[in-house]
Structure formats: C-alpha cells, structure tokens
Design a protein around this ligand. Structure first.
Ligand SMILES: [Fe+2]
Length: 219
C-alpha cells in the first residue's frame, strides 16, 4: 500500500503539446482525459465502476495519440521505461507512459490498487495470475496462470484488487511499443513473485522523466 505522504509535492506534468504537426488538435486531449478521471473519482464510486469508466476514457485518448510529446516516447535499450505524465494533486491517481523495446518484460507483480492500461502504439502481452494461497505469509505465494492476452492499439486491460491484480506484461513483438497506465495510487512499491520458488519480494520502483530528473529504473 502507499507509503507516507511526501513532504514536498512533485511537479505535475501535462504533456499536452502536440507533436510537430499543423493538424487540428485531438478532439479529446490529455487535459480532457485527466479531467474525466477526476470527475469519476469525485463521485467516489466502487473500483469496478472506476475501471469501467477510466477504461472508456483511456480507449478514447489512445485513439489519437498526438497529445504525447516525444520525450515521453523515448525508450532505453537496457530496460523498459516509465515516464510520469501526471500526478493527481490529491494523490488519488498517477498516469504514466511506458516504452518497451522488443523483448522487454516485467517480472510477475501486484499493484494493491486499481489500474487501467491502454495501448498508444504497438502490442503488449499480458499474462494474469490467481493467488492460490491465503496471503498469510508475506514472503510466500502460490500462483496459477489464468490467461494470456495480446493487447493491441485501441485495446485496454485493467487491474481490480483483490483478485485481478497480479500479472506480467511485456513486448513480445519485434518493434517498440508505447502504453499508457493509470494507477489508483502513487505506485512506488510493488511485490514481485517468483513462480518457481514462491518467493515474494517487495521492490521499489521509480519514474524516468527528463523534466523531473529521476534516474531510469527497471520496474
Ligand atoms: Fe503491472
């Protein structure tokens, strides 16, 4: 779950500038997207309703991706890259772009929050798992793979705790992929699962953003 509140608020980044184009701006841009999420959360609905409505907004945003600036499309040959696009001033959600070179994958991990993923460009494979044990041992788990899905441009996937939030995702294609992720908390720590040994390990995660100056970090 989230750590203690940070002492200093991080800058909020709005990648609303359009790429080098003279075409008219998208009808539904990034600031519209953020506003739509805020309006959903203002109603304090259930997580199931949140993911349904945020998924619809994410699909709409990913239909025309000119809102995403070039710095937030840059990957790294050594690991996939997480760019922070927006952090809610009330700490209710964050929005990231993730850039995946061919072959880059996450370990199996959880989130402890709702989440929605949409594809800006390319395709990602998502493999989902059920936890068979009762979670009473913080350092041990038993997992069962439930399904594997390819999510392509225009598609979305979601996380819905407590049962639908353990997965691994990765780029199994031969070209770079860019995905958009919304999480219902500042996702700075997750659990990583080893399906062979059953070991559960907490892992700190960071953003890479040229404006913020954080260092790149694998998951
Ligand atoms: Fe994830």
């Amino acid at each position: 779950m989230p750590g203690p509140p940070e002492t200093a608020p991080e800058p909020t980044i709005f990648p609303t500038f359009h790429r080098m184009s003279t075409a008219s701006p998208p009808a539904f841009g990034f600031s519209d997207y953020i506003r739509s999420i805020e309006q959903v959360l203002d109603r304090r609905p259930s997580n199931r309703i949140i993911i349904r409505e945020v998924s619809a907004a994410t699909k709409r945003l990913c239909r025309d991706d000119r809102w995403l600036q070039e710095p937030f499309r840059q990957g790294n040959p050594d690991h996939y890259t997480r760019h922070l696009l927006h952090k809610d001033p009330q700490n209710r959600f964050i929005v990231l772009s993730l850039v995946w070179q061919p072959g880059q994958v996450t370990p199996i991990h959880d989130h402890a929050c709702w989440g929605v993923m949409g594809l800006v460009d390319g395709t990602l494979e998502e493999i989902c798992y059920d936890r068979l044990d009762d979670g009473s041992r913080p350092d041990y788990c038993e997992l069962e793979q439930t399904r594997g899905t390819d999510v392509g441009k225009g598609g979305v996937a979601y996380l819905l705790p407590p049962y639908e939030e353990i997965h691994r995702i990765g780029n199994t294609t031969d070209r770079p992929t860019i995905s958009l992720h919304v999480y219902g908390r500042d996702l700075d720590e997750i659990n990583v699962f080893d399906p062979v040994t059953g070991r559960v390990s907490p892992m700190r995660i960071k953003y890479y953003s040229p404006d913020v100056g954080d260092v790149p970090f694998v998951i």
